[in-house]
Design a protein around this ligand. Structure first.
Ligand SMILES: [Zn+2]
Length: 333
């Protein structure tokens, strides 16, 4: 569970809370919360029925073939030119990418926009094309180097105009009580990603500040396994995964100690000390937004994340002479 917010309730309640029984990870402003899992089992209607397994398998094969065909058709069309200004203006990473990476990013954006359901909540009238392009582009950064589907566990992206509150995980999801903590982002396993548009836009335009709520929440979605986010990505090789667990355990323990001893500021955010999943999401943000500092301070983490995401964000920032005084505030080893 998260800590109490120092601020009173301000946001109007979400009119469509996430479904019951799902586990959450959340990002509150600069802070991230890993909520405790709900004890409720998933509704019975979602449980697979053994006698239908064969039919499900066949329809799955057909759906996969159909999906491939649909994607090919989609990508055969040119990228909508009126989307480009959104990319150039709102996604600070985009102009820094190599031409081939930009082309791949545009393809991923189109698939994410076409295949996800985009919902406006919290008083937002609609999810505009600008919002979809801006959000999809930042999520697509995680898929740029590695073929791992298009976030198949995420069916919906829910956009709020600003910070929002949702039901407390582990609480009775049927009740009307909402968290006192306003969130800028939230990831629900096999459920939606919820995002505050003002935060998405600000962080998308200023990647060098080192934070990115879209990258954070979609990193959680890559990390979810069987309903839990553990902070251990599938690196594909056993020796790499063993190494990741060790490197993560050491860095996470050091960070927790620094937070406990109230060292301020720390390189990773205070909420990265909540659990390994938050640490992984926070490290992913740093990897994409402050790669120079991450590599300098935590070279093993940088190398392992580069092996996982199969990109080298340092090449995108090579024209930067240092990463600024702003970053000095973030560093505390
Ligand atoms: Zn988180």
């Amino acid at each position: 569970m998260g800590t109490e917010s120092p601020y009173p309730r301000r946001s109007p309640p979400s009119d469509h809370p996430p479904p019951a029984g799902l586990r959450l990870s959340q990002k509150q402003g600069r802070n991230r919360v890993q909520a405790t899992p709900s004890d409720h089992p998933p509704p019975a209607r979602f449980r697979p029925q053994r006698r239908r397994m064969l039919g499900t398998y066949n329809s799955g094969m057909f759906l996969s073939w159909f999906r491939q065909r649909r994607r090919q058709k989609l990508l055969a069309e040119p990228f909508p030119p009126w989307w480009l200004p959104h990319l150039e203006r709102n996604v600070g990473h985009y102009p820094r990418l190599a031409a081939a990476e930009q082309a791949r990013l545009r393809d991923i954006i189109r698939i994410l926009i076409a295949e996800k359901q985009w919902l406006a909540r919290g008083g937002l009238l609609s999810v505009t094309e600008e919002m979809m392009v801006t959000i999809a582009a930042q999520a697509a950064l995680l898929l740029l180097g590695a073929e791992r589907g298009y976030f198949p566990r995420v069916k919906r992206v829910v956009v709020f105009p600003t910070e929002f509150r949702t039901p407390v995980a582990g609480d009775d999801w049927e009740d009307d009580f909402l968290s006192d903590i306003p969130h800028a982002g939230q990831a629900v396993d096999r459920g939606p990603v919820l995002l505050a548009w003002d935060e998405v836009l600000h962080e998308g335009r200023n990647p060098q500040a080192g934070f990115n709520v879209v990258v954070h929440e979609f990193a959680h979605q890559l990390d979810f396994v069987e309903g839990l986010a553990l902070g251990t990505p599938h690196l594909g090789q056993r020796d790499l995964e063993t190494r990741w667990k060790y490197v993560l355990a050491v860095a996470f323990a050091d960070h927790r100690r620094a937070i406990r001893q109230q060292h301020e500021p720390t390189f990773f955010t205070p909420y990265a000390a909540e659990n390994e999943a938050e640490f992984f999401a926070d490290a992913t943000e740093a990897f994409y937004c402050r790669p120079g500092d991450l590599k300098k301070l935590y070279p093993a983490i940088y190398e392992l994340l580069a092996a996982y995401y199969r990109v080298d964000p340092l090449t995108w920032w090579s024209d930067q002479s240092g990463e600024g005084e702003e970053n000095a505030e973030r560093i505390r080893v």
